[in-house]
Design a protein around this ligand. Structure first.
Ligand code: ZN
Length: 148
């Protein structure tokens, strides 16, 4: 692990060339980007979403949750950024990496699946596409109920 601390920098746009040891945070794009702390120079992008990362800024330092696991990079480094400190975590086995990919997929499916379902509930036009001729009984009952 090359970097043991990171300096946070709030930016609008993340520069093309990343300075090592800097955690670039863009609220505009709801994402943080840094050069891998192991020193390999890979660009590590951690988007803020309900199923990805959360950033906490206490006025002096930032904490990124959950840990950063660079499974897609050659180094496979794994660390936590807590109050600007980089805390190395153990490397994960292939089995655990696979389990994490699956968990991430499920979390996203559950979250976005739910979000889609509630969005449909908010659209009464789709719920009321009942042919009033065919469902006149139902329709009049609905209207009767509605005018109560
Ligand atoms: Zn690395």
């Amino acid at each position: 692990m090359r970097d043991h601390t990171l300096e946070h920098r709030f930016v609008r746009n993340v520069p093309r060339e990343l300075e090592p040891g800097v955690l670039y945070i863009s609220m505009e794009y709801a994402t943080a980007v840094h050069s891998c702390c192991c020193g390999c120079g890979e660009r590590v992008v951690t988007p803020f979403t309900p199923t990805d990362w959360r950033i906490t800024f206490d006025g002096e330092s930032v904490t990124l949750n959950p840990s950063v696991g660079n499974w897609n990079q050659a180094c496979r480094s794994h660390y936590v950024i807590e109050r600007n400190r980089v805390i190395e975590c153990g490397q994960w086995s292939d089995v655990r990496v696979e389990a994490e990919r699956l968990r991430d997929k499920r979390a996203k499916a559950a979250y976005y699946g739910h979000a889609t379902a509630s969005a449909q509930l908010d659209a009464p036009s789709t719920a009321l596409t009942v042919d009033p001729e065919k469902a006149s009984g139902l329709w009049s009952r609905f209207l009767a109920w509605f005018s109560k």
